[in-house]
Design a protein around this ligand. Structure first.
Ligand code: UTP
Length: 290
C-alpha cells in the first residue's frame, strides 16, 4: 500500500465564538492574539512545518480579518521598507508566503462536521488534516507531527486524543479504545458529548485530525446530533464501518483558547516560554502579590 502524503489542511473558522463574547461580536475568535500572533497563525505554522502546502480556511460572516491577515499587505510592506524596518517587514511578508491559502464560506454555522464538508471540493480525493485554531497544544514535536508519524506507519485516519477528567467528557467527542501500545489506540466506537455515566472512556478527541477523503461521503449522510449540530464525530463513527481510525494520545499541554480561562492560561504559558518576553514576564509574575 502506498501512503499518500498529506498536502492539504482544513482550518474551520466559521464558528460563532459565543463563549468569548463580547470580544467575538465583530472580530473572529481565530484572530485573538496569543502573545503576538493570532490563534489561527499558530495552527497554520503547525501544518506548514509538517510539509502541508495548501491551507483551506472555512470562514463565515465577519471573518474578513482572517483573509487579510494571510494576504500580502502591500501598503504596510512599502511603509516598513521606507522606514527601514527590515526585520518586521520580513516577518510580515513571511505570513503570506507560508502556504497557498484558499477560502470557502460556511453559509451558516451548522457544526464542525458541516464546516469540514464545505471544504470538500477544495480537498478533492486525497487525505488531509483538520486543525482547530482554538486548540493550542504547546509541545515539540507538535501535535500534528506526532500524528503524522502514526499516519505514515498505518495510512489510516488518525485523531488526536487527550485524557480528561470524567466530569468533563460532556464537552468532547469520546472514543471506545482498543489499546495497541502506550498512547496509541484503535478506535472501536465514538460518541459526542456523552454524560460521564455513558462515556466509553475518558479519551477525548481534541482539535487535530488526519482524515481519509471517505469522510466526505460520511459527512453527507449524517443528520444533526449533539447540540443540534452536524458533528464530525458522527461522521467518524460512520467511517469506522469501512475504515480503520487510530487515536493517538497527544503529548503536550493543551489549552482551549476558545474559552476565556483557557485563553488566559495559554497566554501565560506561551509568554513565559517566549525568548523575547519570558524573562521580564516571569519576574513581573513573581513580583505580584497574589
Ligand atoms: P467551537 O464549538 O469551539 O467553536 O468549534 P464556536 O462554535 O465558534 O465557539 P463557541 O462554542 O460558540 O464559543 C471548534 C472550531 O470549529 C469551527 C470554529 O470556528 C472553531 O474553530 N466551527 C464550528 C465552524 O467552522 N463552523 C461551525 O458551524 C462550528
Amino acid at each position: 500500500m502506498s501512503i499518500k502524503p498529506i498536502r492539504k489542511a482544513v482550518l474551520p473558522a466559521a464558528g460563532l465564538g459565543t463563549r468569548f463574547l463580547p470580544a467575538t461580536k465583530a472580530s473572529p475568535k481565530e484572530m485573538l492574539p496569543l502573545v503576538d500572533k493570532p490563534l489561527i497563525q499558530y495552527v497554520v505554522e503547525e501544518a506548514v512545518a509538517c510539509g502541508i502546502t495548501d491551507i483551506i480556511i472555512v470562514t463565515g460572516r465577519g471573518k474578513r480579518a482572517i483573509e487579510d491577515h494571510f494576504d500580502v499587505a502591500f501598503e504596510l510592506e512599502v511603509l516598513l521598507r521606507d522606514k527601514g524596518k527590515d526585520d518586521i517587514l520580513k516577518e510580515v511578508r513571511a505570513i503570506s508566503d507560508m502556504a497557498n491559502f484558499s477560502y470557502v464560506r460556511q453559509p451558516e454555522a451548522l457544526g464542525l462536521g458541516h464546516a469540514v464538508n464545505c471544504a470538500r471540493n477544495l480537498v478533492g480525493d486525497e487525505p488531509f488534516a483538520v486543525l482547530l485554531a482554538d486548540d493550542i497544544i504547546h509541545h515539540v514535536p507538535t501535535a500534528l507531527e506526532q500524528m503524522m508519524a502514526v499516519y505514515r506507519e498505518t495510512g489510516s485516519s488518525v485523531i488526536g486524543l487527550q485524557q480528561v477528567p470524567l466530569a468533563e467528557v460532556i464537552k468532547y467527542g469520546v472514543i471506545l479504545p482498543e489499546t495497541i501500545s502506550a498512547g496509541l489506540h484503535r478506535v472501536v466506537d465514538m460518541v459526542e458529548k456523552p454524560r460521564p455515566a455513558d462515556a466509553p472512556s475518558n479519551l477525548s478527541v481534541i482539535g487535530r485530525y488526519i482524515l481519509q477523503p471517505a469522510i466526505f461521503d460520511c459527512l453527507d449522510r449524517i443528520s444533526a446530533g449533539a447540540g443540534g449540530e452536524l458533528q464530525l464525530t458522527d461522521a467518524l463513527k460512520r467511517l469506522l464501518k469501512t475504515h480503520q481510525i487510530h487515536g493517538l494520545e497527544l503529548v503536550g499541554d493543551r489549552y482551549d483558547a476558545g474559552s476565556k480561562i483557557g485563553f488566559l492560561k495559554a497566554t501565560v504559558a506561551l509568554a513565559l516560554d517566549s525568548p523575547e518576553l519570558g524573562p521580564e514576564f516571569r519576574s513581573y509574575l513573581k513580583g505580584l502579590d497574589i
